[in-house]
Design a protein around this ligand. Structure first.
Ligand SMILES: [Zn+2]
Length: 339
């Protein structure tokens, strides 16, 4: 047994000396001390000795074991230190490396169009009003003269949260909230995100952006509306731009009109873009329905107003000559950089 112990010890010494890292040490420990380890086997073999032989043999094994363990611990400490030193060396900050460049980004065409439209109306003395995107049915529909079960609701496929709460289908509830809370006269624009159950294609998206305008004061007429929209069209599409009103129907305005602007491609002569019309449809507008004023606590005998609403995507695609609305949502930086 003595010879076996000497052999194990010299094997252990060699294994420890050859250990390059902590895993090698762990393997060496298992090799000698594990369940099937060589020293463990020697200890088991002691059962075959006579009771007289056991104490001396036990002492030999214990001594060998202590020496091996001491060598293992020493090697372990040395390799731990080495690993730490290597880690520190690897993590040294190289201050000569070039920094990471952060791209400053670029304004999205929807943002650019929103800013251009807002600036135009701010210049005419309008204030910006905002409201929640999750809206109650009462503000989104009922106070705008669109009661429950009215066919006008069919044209606005709505995301319902529950029977009374919807994702707003237009920014008109901001007009309602303003009429209910702000003192008269009112002169606001409401930019914001709106939602409808629409499948995305070249001209539709379930999420899009609107800007609506509302003016309520004494003696407001259709003439004031034409003046405001005419100034807007010139500012956005150029000095020579003219507008044209065609009769239409909206629940919250009476009379109502669809508003076209002269084609920016041909200047009104007629071309492929405007389908030889000379005009391109841009927005809806009208004189605020007296019923709506009344429901919002304003006396229609004293006050009158006009309202208009336009899609920002529509303005952006027209102004920047973009042929599909989808491009606006893909966020391809190569596309966005062009504006
Ligand atoms: Zn044209």
């Amino acid at each position: 047994m003595k010879e076996r112990l000497v052999q194990i010890e010299s094997d252990a010494e060699r294994a420890i000396a050859q250990s390059a890292n902590l895993r090698d040490i762990e393997e060496a420990r298992l090799r000698f001390w594990g369940k099937k380890g060589e020293l463990t086997a020697v200890l088991r073999g002691m059962a075959a000795l006579t009771p007289e032989e056991r104490p001396a043999a036990g002492q030999l094994v214990n001594e060998a074991r202590a020496r091996i363990e001491a060598r293992l611990s020493e090697a372990e400490a040395r390799l731990t230190r080495l690993a730490l030193e290597q880690k520190i060396a690897a993590e040294t900050l190289d201050i000569t490396l070039p920094g990471k460049r952060r791209s400053p980004g670029h304004k999205h065409p929807i943002t650019l169009a929103t800013e251009a439209i807002c600036e135009t109306f701010l210049g005419m003395g309008y204030q910006i009003a905002e409201g929640p995107e999750i809206e109650i049915d009462h503000f989104n529909f009922e106070l705008l003269n669109i009661p429950k079960d009215h066919p006008a609701r069919d044209t606005q496929d709505t995301f319902y949260i529950d029977d009374d709460v919807v994702l707003r289908t237009h920014t008109s509830p901001v007009q309602v909230r303003t009429m209910l809370t702000r003192p008269l006269p009112i002169k606001i624009i409401c930019p914001g995100r709106v939602y409808r159950v629409d499948t995305a294609d070249a001209t539709h998206s379930p999420v899009f952006h609107q800007i609506e305008g509302l003016v309520v004061d004494r003696g407001i007429t259709m003439g004031d509306l034409v003046g405001a929209l005419s100034t807007f069209a010139k500012n956005i599409f150029g000095e020579d731009t003219k507008i044209r009103l065609r009769p239409h129907h909206f629940q919250f305005t009476e009379p109502s009109a669809e508003v076209d602007v002269t084609c920016w491609e041909c200047g009104g002569k007629g071309c492929r873009l405007c389908k030889n019309e000379g005009f391109i449809e841009l927005l809806g507008a009208g004189v605020v329905n007296p019923k709506v004023l009344k429901m919002c606590g304003i006396d229609p005998e004293v006050y009158s107003g006009f309202a208009f609403g336009l899609g920002i995507e529509r303005v952006a695609t027209c102004k920047y000559n973009i042929n599909s609305m989808r491009l606006l949502y893909e966020n391809d930086i190569r596309f966005l950089r062009q504006f």
